[in-house]
Design a protein around this ligand. Structure first.
Ligand code: TGC
Ligand code: FAD
Length: 389
C-alpha cells in the first residue's frame, strides 16, 4: 500500500476552509523556499536576520494577522494557527518572532492602547518595519509575575521606570518594548521606544535552545517617559495575562508543526535506512513509535482546530488554551525525542532538523507558562483549589 502522510491520517484538512488552506500553502512555500535552507546555519551561528524576516513576514500579512484594522489582516484564529504551525515546522524561533510581535506586543497595543498609540505603532509593526517585544518576566519572577519588582513612579506628568526584564524575545532588535511595571495603581503597561535614555537591551548568550531567535535582558534605569506612554485601557495582571492567551493559542498549533517536521523526517529516514538487512521502517518497534506519534499529532491537531473554532466564536477560555498548550507542547517534545532515536547517531546533528526542534521545544515547554503552571491551572479548574502558592 502507498504510505499515508501523517498529517492526512485524520483528514483534518476537511475541517479547514479554502482560504485557510491557501494561507497555509503560502507560509509553507516561504518556509521551504527561503527559510528552511538557512536554518541550520542561523541556529549554529546563533544569529538571525530579524529585520529582513520581520519585513518578509509583514509582506505576507503574518504580523498581527488575527487583529482587525491598522494594516492588520484580520483573519481568523485557525488561519493564524496554521501560519504558526508552518513557521514552527521550520523553526520555533521563527514562530517566536511572529508570536511576540503579533500576539504579545501588537495585541497589547491593539487591545489596551489609546487611539494615538495604535496609530503610531500598529501599521509599522504590521508591515515589519517596526519590531516589538514584550517584557513581563524578571530575573527573580517568571512563573509568578505578581511578584515583579520593575516599578513606574510618577514625577510630575512623567513616568520614571526602574527594573530589569529577563528572557525577552526580540529584545535587542525591538523598536518598541511593551514593559509591565508596578505602579501605585497596580500593574500597568508602558511603551518604551528603543533609544530612550536609561533603557538598554543585552543579548543572552550561550543558549542551547531557540538559537535562531533573539533573547535579551532589558535594563531600565530611571527611564523617563511621557504620561501618554502608558497603556490606558488596562490595569492589573489581567493585562499581560490576557496577551498570553493569544500567544499560547499560537503555540497550540505551532508545536505541532515542529512535531510533524520531525515525524516526516523520521518516516523518510526509516524508509531509507537499512538495519539487519531490511528497512528500519519494516520493524514492529519502529512502527509502534511511528503509530503512537501519528496518534498524538493527529489528536493534537483536532484539539487545535477545535480551540481555534471556539476562539473564532469568542468562546474559548484561558483554561482551554492552557490545556492545549500543555498537551501539544508536551507531546511535540516527546515526538521530537522519539524521532531522534529513529535517526540514531544522525539524529544528533544539524544535518536533520530533529535535534534542533527537540532542543527548541525545551524552551517552548517553559515559556508562555511552564508545563507545571498549566498543569496547576487545570488542577485549579478541576478542583477549585488553587495550588500555585
Ligand atoms: P492572579 O494574580 O490571581 O490574577 C491576576 C488577574 O489576571 C487574571 N488572569 C487572566 N486573565 C486573562 N487570561 C489569563 N490567562 C489569566 N490568568 C489570570 C485573573 O483573573 C486576575 O484578574 P482580576 O481582574 O481578577 O485581577 O493570577 P492567577 O492565579 O489567575 O494566575 C497565576 C498564574 C501562575 C497562572 C499566572 O501568574 C501565570 O500564568 N503565570 C505564568 C507566567 C507566564 O506565562 N509568563 C510568560 C511570559 S511571556 C513569554 O514567555 C513569551 S515567550 C514568547 C515567544 O518567544 O514565543
Ligand atoms: P521559574 O518560574 O523560576 O520556574 C522554575 C521551575 O519551577 C519551573 O519548572 C516551574 O514550572 C516550577 N514552578 C514554578 N512555580 C511552581 C509551582 N507553584 N509549583 C510547582 N512548580 C513550580 N518572558 C517574557 O516576558 N517575554 C518574552 O518574550 C520571553 N521570551 C522567552 C524566550 C525564551 C527562549 C525563554 C527560555 C523564556 C522566555 N520568557 C519570556 C520567559 C518565560 O516566560 C519564563 O522563563 C517562564 O515563565 C518561567 O519562568 P522562570 O524561567 O523564571 O522559571
Amino acid at each position: 500500500p502507498t504510505p499515508v502522510h501523517p498529517s492526512t491520517l485524520f483528514a483534518v484538512d476537511g475541517l479547514l476552509t479554502d482560504e485557510e488552506r491557501e494561507i497555509r500553502g503560502t507560509v509553507r512555500r516561504l518556509c521551504d523556499e527561503e527559510l528552511r535552507p538557512n536554518l541550520p546555519g542561523w541556529f549554529e551561528e546563533g544569529r538571525i536576520p530579524a529585520r529582513d524576516l520581520a519585513r518578509s513576514f509583514g509582506s505576507l500579512g503574518l504580523l498581527g494577522m488575527h487583529l482587525e484594522g491598522y494594516g492588520c489582516a484580520g483573519l481568523g484564529a485557525v488561519a493564524y494557527g496554521l501560519a504558526c504551525l508552518e513557521l514552527e515546522g521550520a523553526d520555533s524561533g521563527l514562530r517566536s518572532l511572529v508570536s511576540v510581535q503579533g500576539s504579545l506586543a501588537m495585541f497589547a497595543i491593539w487591545k489596551y492602547g489609546s487611539e494615538e498609540q495604535k496609530q503610531r505603532w500598529l501599521p509599522g509593526m504590521a508591515t515589519g518595519e517596526h519590531i516589538g517585544c514584550f517584557g513581563l518576566t524578571e530575573p527573580d519572577h517568571g512563573s509568578d509575575p505578581a511578584g515583579m519588582r520593575t516599578s513606574a513612579r510618577r514625577d510630575g506628568a512623567d513616568w520614571v521606570l526602574n527594573g530589569t526584564k529577563m528572557w525577552i524575545t526580540n529584545g535587542s532588535v525591538a523598536d518598541v518594548a511593551v514593559v509591565w511595571a508596578r505602579t501605585d495603581d497596580g500593574v500597568r503597561g508602558f511603551l518604551v521606544p528603543a533609544g530612550t535614555p536609561g533603557f538598554s537591551a543585552n543579548d543572552i548568550g550561550r543558549k542551547l535552545s531557540l538559537r535562531a531567535s533573539v533573547t535579551s535582558e532589558l535594563v531600565l534605569e530611571d527611564v523617563r517617559l511621557p504620561a501618554d506612554a502608558m497603556l490606558p485601557e488596562v490595569r492589573g495582571l489581567r493585562g499581560p495575562l490576557g496577551c498570553l492567551n493569544e500567544a499560547r493559542f499560537g503555540i497550540v498549533f505551532g508545536a505541532l508543526g515542529a512535531a510533524l517536521d520531525c515525524l516526516e523526517t523520521a518516516i523518510a529516514y526509516a524508509g531509507d535506512r537499512e538495519v539487519f538487512g531490511r528497512p528500519l521502517a519494516s520493524f514492529q518497534l519502529t512502527q509502534e513509535k511511528l503509530a503512537d506519534m501519528a496518534l498524538e499529532v493527529g489528536k493534537g491537531m483536532l484539539l487545535a482546530v477545535h480551540l481555534g473554532r471556539l476562539k473564532e466564536a469568542g468562546e474559548v477560555t484561558p483554561e482551554q488554551i492552557s490545556a492545549g498548550k500543555l498537551n501539544n507542547v508536551r507531546e511535540a517534545l516527546e515526538v521530537a525525542r522519539t524521532c531522534r532515536t529513529i535517526l540514531g547517531a544522525n539524529g544528533v546533528t544539524l544535518e536533520y532538523p530533529v535535534i534542533r526542534h527537540a532542543v527548541n521545544l525545551e524552551s517552548v515547554l517553559t515559556y508562555e507558562g511552564t508545563s507545571e503552571i498549566h498543569t496547576l491551572v487545570l488542577g485549579r479548574t478541576l478542583t477549585g483549589h488553587p495550588a500555585f502558592a
